[in-house]
Design a protein around this ligand. Structure first.
Ligand SMILES: O=C(O)CCC(=O)C(=O)O
Length: 335
């Protein structure tokens, strides 16, 4: 018996800007868009061509002895290679030159010029290749945040995480399985910052992660030419079924000043969320002034108040099991 039911991500066969903005974007749910051409990259981006056009610019990569990367135990190393050498190695199963072992796996998440300050932008780091990739015009140019190469060895799996910006993940070559979880299932994912500690989502350790089975699993397999819309805060886990090249484009969905200015990755919590979390720490310190049974009593009441004020679900289970209707979010309009 399967652990979790797989809910297919809906596929839209011909989603142009109008269809996307009218029917898909306002739903704030993942969607696979087919038939939106990402440009000549679809035919051109062979290993040889990528190497030739991308050249020997140094890239920082993840190298792992096993295909499932583990951010908790750091079973991978950060290494630097010329881009053309990296692409060649990522595309082969066994390597004559290697860092850790001859069948190591590789992953590139491209970075900006100043990795701590600037977001990745293909047109700056890889201008010769960027002209082959057409960014869909699904958002206003001033909302653009970054365009990021995602290049993985066959079998490479990236841990479940969320980002704070809206995202189109374009699969250019190869196929990739993507599993997604709703932000509303965050409490079942055992988070450590923006990442889930449940690394093996196909065979999770249910003694350690008993709540994980409650998370609804959305799944799709991306083919070359597919675009996956990943709304901000949706968790995603990727598994390259073949060596593959993708590009993901993040754009600002909230007003620009909502985001942390020192965030080149698009995964730092919005400034108001950070302030709220800091305030919560102060609240918890204040509660520490009380004995345990009082902390328990006021803690439960505060949780209920937070749920009533913040949950988007129209109905929530409160302590008394009463039903409450809540206002919807002001941030769900098309951009
Ligand atoms: O495609 C991948 O390997 C990861 C994609 C991802 O994490 C993203 O688009 O935010």
């Amino acid at each position: 018996m399967e652990l979790q039911e797989k809910i297919p991500v809906p596929v839209f066969a011909a989603a142009d800007r109008e269809v996307f903005l009218r029917n898909i974007y306002p739903q704030r749910r993942p969607a696979v868009l087919r038939g939106v051409s990402p440009g000549p990259c679809l035919e051109k981006w062979t290993v040889d061509y990528l190497g030739e056009k991308g050249g020997d610019r140094a890239v920082k990569i993840h190298v792992s002895t096993v295909p499932q990367m583990d951010f908790l135990h750091k079973n991978f190393a950060y290494k630097t290679l010329p881009f053309n050498e990296f692409v060649k190695r990522a595309s082969e199963k066994k390597h004559s030159d290697f860092f850790l072992c001859e069948d190591e796996s590789y992953y590139l998440r491209s970075l900006g010029e100043d990795v701590r300050k600037e977001p990745a932008d293909l047109s700056k780091q890889f201008p010769g290749l960027a002209e082959d990739f057409h960014i869909p015009d699904f958002f206003e140019p001033e909302q653009f945040f970054s365009s990021v190469f995602r290049i993985s060895s066959c079998g490479l799996q990236l841990w479940t995480h969320y980002d704070v910006m809206d995202n189109l993940l374009a699969q250019v070559t190869g196929t990739k399985r993507v599993v997604l979880y709703s932000p509303q299932d965050a409490l079942h994912l055992y988070l450590s910052g923006d990442k889930s500690e449940v690394l093996d989502i196909d065979a999770p350790d249910l003694k350690r992660f008993p709540e994980f089975v409650k998370a609804k699993r959305y799944e799709c397999v991306l083919e070359p030419g597919d675009l996956l819309f990943i709304p901000a805060l949706w968790f995603h886990n990727t598994l390259a079924l073949e060596f593959g090249v993708g590009v993901n484009v993040f754009w600002r969905h909230l007003p620009a000043d909502s985001y942390d200015k020192k965030d080149p990755y698009g995964n730092k919590d919005p400034v108001a969320a950070t302030r709220a979390l800091q305030a919560l720490e102060r609240v918890l310190h204040t509660l520490d002034e009380l004995p345990a049974e009082y902390r328990d009593f006021y803690g439960r009441r505060m949780i209920q108040r937070i749920q009533k004020r913040t949950y988007c679900d129209r109905k929530i289970d409160t302590e008394q099991n009463s039903e409450t209707t809540l206002p919807s979010s002001p941030f769900t309009k098309p951009g």
